[in-house]
Design a protein around this ligand. Structure first.
Ligand SMILES: NC(=O)c1ccc[n+]([C@@H]2O[C@H](COP(=O)([O-])OP(=O)(O)OC[C@H]3O[C@@H](n4cnc5c(N)ncnc54)[C@H](OP(=O)(O)O)[C@@H]3O)[C@@H](O)[C@H]2O)c1
Length: 294
C-alpha cells in the first residue's frame, strides 16, 4: 500500500482560491495542497497531465483534484476539461463543489428526508434558479418528488424545469413565479415541504405566510445572512418544531454539509477514478445519514 503524501490540487475560478475549501481539505486528511486561482477550462490540460503522469500504480490515487470557486458555470467547464484529459486508467479522482453547491443541496435534501419520504410529495423550492436551488430541484425530481420551481421570473423557472427534464428528472416539475403576494401564496399552498434557496440576506417568506400552512410539515432555509430567508427559522435550527413544522436553518443544514464535504474529500483518495459531482456527493451524504442517528 502506498504511503506517499495525499496531494489535492485545488482549481478555483476566483483570483484567490477559497480558504474555506483549503481548510476543509486539510481537516479531511490532505497532506499537501496545490491551490490554483483564476482558473479557466483552457488552463487545466498541462496541470492535469502533471497529476496524471507523475505517480503510477497504487500511488496514483494519492493525487486528486478539487474544483471550487464562486463561479459555478466556470467550475462545470473546468470539470469537463479535466475529465477530457483522462484516458483509460490514467486518471485521478476529481470533485466539484463550487460555491458549496453540491454539498449544500445534498445536505438540504437529506435533512428533508429525515422526516419525509420525498417520493410523490410536493416540495416548493424558493429562489430555485441559483446554483444551490437548481441542485436541490434536480435531486428532488430524480427521486420522484413533485417540485415547484420558484423564481421571480417565470421564464427562468421554466428554463430550469426543461433542463432538469432533459437530464432525466422523474417527478413533476412546475415552474412558477413567486413575484407578488398572490403568486407566492399560490406557490406555497399545499406544499408538504418548503426549501428556501434564495440569495444571501434576502427574505423570501414572511412568518405569517408559512406558519399557518396546514400541509407543510418541513421548512428549510439555507440563507445564513440576516434577515432569515424564511422569517422565524433560526439559523441554527436542526429539526426543531416551530409552528408545528420541523425546521432547519443554514447552520443546522451546514453541519451535515460539512460532514459530506469532508467525507467526499477522503473518498477522493480511495481510488483514482472517482468523479464526485452532484449525484455522487449526494450518495456519500446518504451513506453518512444511513450510518448515523443524526
Ligand atoms: N449552509 C451552507 O453551508 C451554504 C452553502 C452555500 C450556500 N448557502 C446559501 O444558500 C443560498 C443559495 O445560494 P446560491 O449561491 O444558489 O444563491 P444565489 O445564486 O445568490 O441566489 C439564488 C436565487 O435567489 C434569487 N434572488 C436573488 N436576489 C433576490 C432578491 N433580491 N429577491 C428575491 N430573490 C432573489 C434568484 O432567483 P430569481 O432571480 O430566479 O428569483 C437567485 O437565482 C444562499 O442564501 C447561500 O448563502 C448556504
Amino acid at each position: 500500500m502506498s504511503t506517499k503524501p495525499k496531494i489535492l490540487i485545488q482549481f478555483d475560478s476566483d483570483q484567490h482560491p477559497s480558504v474555506f475549501d483549503s481548510v476543509v481539505a486539510i481537516d479531511s486528511g490532505v497532506d499537501q495542497l496545490l491551490p490554483f486561482g483564476s482558473m479557466e477550462a483552457v488552463d487545466v490540460r498541462e496541470l492535469v497531465h502533471g497529476a496524471m503522469f507523475t505517480r503510477g500504480g497504487d500511488s496514483l490515487k494519492r493525487t486528486a483534484i478539487f474544483i471550487g470557486g464562486s463561479r459555478v458555470k466556470s467550475a462545470e467547464q473546468i470539470l469537463r476539461a479535466v475529465v477530457d484529459c483522462f484516458f483509460g486508467n490514467v486518471r485521478v479522482s476529481v470533485m466539484l463543489d463550487a460555491n458549496g453547491a453540491n454539498t449544500t443541496a445534498s445536505a438540504a435534501v437529506l435533512c428533508l428526508q429525515r422526516h419525509l419520504s420525498v417520493n410523490e410529495i410536493t416540495v416548493g423550492v424558493l429562489g430555485a434558479t441559483g446554483s444551490v436551488g437548481q441542485r436541490v430541484c434536480r435531486l428532488l425530481s430524480s427521486q420522484g418528488a413533485n417540485v415547484r420551481i420558484g423564481s421571480r421570473s417565470l421564464q427562468r423557472a421554466t428554463s430550469l424545469a426543461s433542463r432538469i427534464q432533459d437530464s432525466g428528472g422523474c417527478g413533476s416539475l412546475t415552474p412558477m413565479t413567486t413575484d407578488g403576494p398572490h403568486n407566492l401564496e399560490q406557490f406555497i399552498q399545499d406544499c408538504d415541504a418548503i426549501i428556501a434557496t434564495g440569495a444571501a440576506g434576502v427574505q423570501l417568506l414572511k412568518k405569517e405566510k408559512w406558519q399557518d400552512l396546514s400541509a407543510c410539515k418541513v421548512a428549510i432555509d439555507l440563507n445564513a445572512v440576516p434577515p432569515e430567508g424564511i422569517e422565524g427559522i433560526d439559523v441554527t435550527s436542526a429539526g426543531q418544531v416551530t409552528a408545528g413544522k420541523l425546521v432547519y436553518g443554514a447552520i443546522g443544514v451546514g453541519n451535515l454539509k460539512m460532514k459530506i464535504h469532508k467525507r467526499a474529500i477522503a473518498t477522493l483518495f480511495e481510488s483514482n477514478d472517482h468523479i464526485l459531482d452532484l449525484d455522487a456527493v449526494y450518495d456519500i451524504g446518504k451513506k453518512l445519514e444511513e450510518a448515523s442517528d443524526f
